[in-house]
Design a protein around this ligand. Sequence first.
Ligand SMILES: Cc1ncc(COP(=O)(O)O)c(C=O)c1O
Length: 423
Amino acid sequence: MTGVWHPNTQMAEWGEFGTIVRGEGMWLVDSDGHRMLDAVASMWCNVWGHSEPELVSALARQAENLQHAPLFNLTHPSAERLAEHLLRMCPEMDGVFYSDNGSTAMEAAFKMAVQYWDNQGAADKVRIAGLEGGYHGDTLGAMAAGYSAGFFGRYEGMIPQGVRLRIPRPGDGSEEWDACLDEAAPILENDETLAAMAMESGAQVAGGARIYPPRFQRDMADLCRRNGVLVIFDEVATGLGRLGAMAEYSRQGAEPDIVSYSKMLTGGYLPMAATLATGRVREAFLGRHGENLHLFHGHTYTGNPLAAAVACRNMEMYRERSLLEHVRRISGEFGGLVRAAEDMDIVAEVRHEAMLAGIRLDWEPPAGHSANHILYHIGRKNGVYLRTLGSTILVVPPLAIGEDELRQMVSGVLDTVRDVALR
Ligand SMILES: Cc1ncc(COP(=O)(O)O)c(C=O)c1O
């Protein structure tokens, strides 16, 4: 065991980790020269593959010029340009607040929502509602809005009290989604302490690729709006093309008051996040010095120039290389390939939308072992890097993956499922 304490990992179980020394396109290469296709897009971030020359040179150019300057009292061209890109992508939004990762993007969103009301004298609106099974990160506010007992039960006592809205369990009929909306309605109507409702846009990814049925997100947002509850969409994992649209909320026909992005914003190269708000929200923070209306939030590396420059280049490349058209073209094939798993007895369910798939296994690891540990090692043998969520295998290819490597990736995943069945 080395000194590195790995995230969400039972260190005694793992003992040793593969050492990745190089990234080459869609491949991760370890110190033994073993190659694995990155079927997790390096935690759902990677867009173009590893070592993409355009992003590397955007980083180098910015590094030669300005590595870091604060957004406290100052601005810099890369932060300004990135805000322009984001506001073009989300024309309904008016302001961009930067932070470093998905959790902080959501914390900023929650604080914006609470202070939005407080600035208008509604100091009792302090709670955030979230959907059961939702995930918004590992920080306190994010744990409250995206609470799951399995992930966060150990911290229950320190987590701010949120409101959890039910969504259907796997296997429930589709009519259950409407029943959940009916249950949410009186809560959103009567709970005077609610500042906002937060939900992942399009699908719950960490929840096992739970894809919402058409209209669910829009109906939930409408319900909030009718009851004066702000709408926060978390597009950290599902925006920027993962489900087929840059702003996933536009595909859902639902408008947020606040929306967050991170993960693929820099193509998976540097930590960066953005929380966007509408003009109505932003204006509630304007006033005279001394009224204390401004947002009391900021991080040291907020809007870091290196990350912002890479994010700008990344967003330009989406357009130059017509990435969403590529996603549209290739995602049908991806769905067809991954759905072959439905024929396997060990597979309980396959979920797929655009460049996201989840294969839920009807299988439990032996007592004292984690499914993730077992599946990682079998995946490695089959040439794919996997990080699974319990017995659900998420397949999250870098968006720009070509047909051959996509086929090879899914085939490595299906071989892994077959090997688990034979154990
Ligand atoms: C939807 C969603 N929101 C927020 C987060 C938290 O992002 P980070 O891990 O960068 O803090 C994640 C991470 O997986 C996520 O999937």
